[in-house]
Design a protein. Sequence first.
Length: 137
Amino acid sequence: MAVGGVAWRRRWRVPEKYRTRDTARPEGGGRTAGGDAPAPIRQWPLLVVLAATLTGLLVTLADFRIGLLVVGGALLAAGVLRAWLPAVGMLAVRSRFTDIVTYTLLGAVIVLLTLMAEPRPWLEVPFLNDILRFSAG
């Protein structure tokens, strides 16, 4: 049925029983200090990782290899903080296991690729060079 040139149709909605009411905080996502402490103190693990990452990015302006090693080290430090501390504030994004694996894996990949970067790589892994040679053509 059209009213004024617009066809009216019934909209489908998600049934009430399937609607999300609230989301659960990640395990370990609580404050690292009491509620009366200022926000930077409550979120110090995240601020440490962000400061190290920013420092690494600034160092890349002078020497890309050292700067990227600092960035990779910041992610590795995030994995260690997530594993070691019971509460890390906003550094907790997913479950503890997933965060540790993600931070550690990304940090290790950044460090490994930085060590293998041309020119004059600091680390040579022959089978990775072969994979790159065969995949790049």
